[in-house]
Ligand binder design. Structure first.
Ligand code: HEM
Length: 411
């Protein structure tokens, strides 16, 4: 670590989402005490593995962060965008027990390890279709041509979005997602478009739910629609959960596939080892999750004043649990900055922990394993032509903008 590392300037760049290599910052923070208060971000940063793990199960840190959104809106907008905040308050990631336990139970009946096994043939078919399309090109962008279409199709299948309406649905979910994706006064600017998309989303689901109640299918719209018809979920809760599952499962899986491919291209020895021993794909995907965690920061709000490692946390303070830093903690992962697809053990924290542990982890793992294995089976000589990773300026996610590769077909 360079002695003259400028922490303030790094934090400033980080807060803008423009610190494309955040790992030296994480390492510098690790040498400091934590929690570390960042004025730029307006939040406590937690970065050591043990503390992030503890924070994820500490009941003094709550998922309900609506207060933070409400206080950023002007009094007039607070009234105007009440429905938007209410919608958000029913997202599973914003709920706490006992409501969270119940909603999670409803989703868990459907999104399970069994679902991942059941979806394997659908995933396999999708991967083959996508690769067959790629076959007719010499060069492709792995983001738009590979890492994007697979999870979009799979998550829409799981939800029960009619074929051909995936992009329409995604556009609405993305427009709503911009609101929770921001913090501070800018929320006043992004709220109108999100609120408009929410109205359209409600209408989008109304028709589909009605149809599914008449003709049930094995999908989440049918399942939650029935719970709503039985009075166990309000209509608003149903729409919120459906929107949330899409936003929780789409971009994250896209990033896992894209980041994994990029890591293999930039570590040719590891790529060679995986091609020679395809059975390494399981541990390779765990290493992609650890090394470039798709979700870098998991947010919480302090429920009550308390002292943590000598720092006074106040009710209402934001806390950022940095999974991306925890996953590079030398105390847990020897030679943590080394990318090693055979790493064992690898108890990374990329899917969170405890009560909010990712419900879609088995599905994401299966998708990434099948997609990447099949890609290299078909194109073992493919090489990256993007000069370097093209990270997008987003602080919470590790998201590549483009990833150009030359396929170098063998036939
Ligand atoms: C590589 C892909 C994925 C990553 C890295 C990821 C990561 C995470 C993390 C870190 C959390 C915990 C958030 C917290 O503690 O507040 C979470 C929660 C969640 N994830 Fe995932 N996820 C992925 C894919 C998926 C997929 C494919 C689905 C749906 C099929 C999904 C559904 C969920 C749900 C419903 C929750 C909320 C659980 C709760 O609050 O009880 N995720 N995910």
């Amino acid at each position: 670590m360079a002695v003259d590392f400028d922490l303030d300037s790094a934090l400033d760049t980080y807060a803008k989402g423009e610190l494309f290599d955040p790992y030296p910052l994480y390492e510098t923070l690790r040498l400091r005490e934590e929690p570390f208060w960042s004025e730029n971000l307006g939040m406590w940063l937690i970065h050591g593995f043990t503390d992030v793990e503890e924070g994820l199960s500490d009941p003094r840190l709550q998922n309900d962060r609506i207060l933070g959104y409400e206080r950023s809106l002007t009094p007039e907008n607070r009234i105007k965008f009440k429905a938007l905040n209410e919608h958000l308050s029913h997202w599973l990631g914003f709920e706490d027990p006992p409501v969270h336990t119940q909603s999670r139970g409803y989703l868990k009946e459907f999104i399970s390890g069994r679902l991942a096994i059941r979806m394997k043939p659908v995933i396999q078919q999708q991967v083959q279709e996508i690769l067959a399309k790629a076959q007719s090109h010499d060069e492709i962008d792995l983001i738009t041509d590979f890492a994007y279409p697979l999870p979009l199709k799979i998550i829409c299948d799981l939800l029960g979005i009619e074929s051909g309406r995936e992009e329409e649905f995604k556009a609405l979910a993305d427009a709503i997602g911009v609101y929770p994706g921001n913090v501070g006064p800018i929320l006043n600017e992004v709220a109108p478009a999100a609120a408009e998309a929410l109205v359209k989303m409600e209408a989008f689901f109304d028709g589909m739910v009605e149809q599914r109640l008449a003709e049930p299918k094995d999908d989440l719209i049918t399942r939650l629609g029935q719970l709503s018809a039985d009075g166990l979920l309000s209509h608003q809760e149903m729409v919120s959960l459906l929107t949330f599952v899409f936003l929780a499962g789409f971009g994250t899986t896209l990033n896992l596939i894209a980041n994994g491919m990029m890591l293999l291209f930039t570590h040719p020895e590891e790529k060679k080892a995986l091609i020679a021993q395809p059975e390494l794909i399981g541990s390779a995907v765990e290493e992609f999750l650890r090394y470039e965690s798709p979700i870098q920061i998991v947010a919480r709000l302090v429920r009550e004043d308390f002292e943590w490692h000598g720092k006074q946390l106040k009710a209402g303070d934001y806390v950022g649990l940095i999974a991306g830093a925890a996953n590079r903690d030398e105390k847990i992962f020897p030679d943590a900055d080394r990318f090693d697809i055979t790493r064992e053990p690898n108890r990374h924290i990329a899917f969170g922990r405890a009560a909010h542990f990712c419900l879609g982890a088995p599905l994401a793992r299966v998708e990434a394993q099948m997609a990447i294995s099949e890609f290299f089976k078909k194109f073992p000589k493919a090489e990256m032509i993007s000069p370097e990773p093209d990270w997008l300026p987003i602080i919470s996610f590790r998201h590549l903008g483009t990833l150009k590769v030359r396929l170098n077909h063998e036939n």
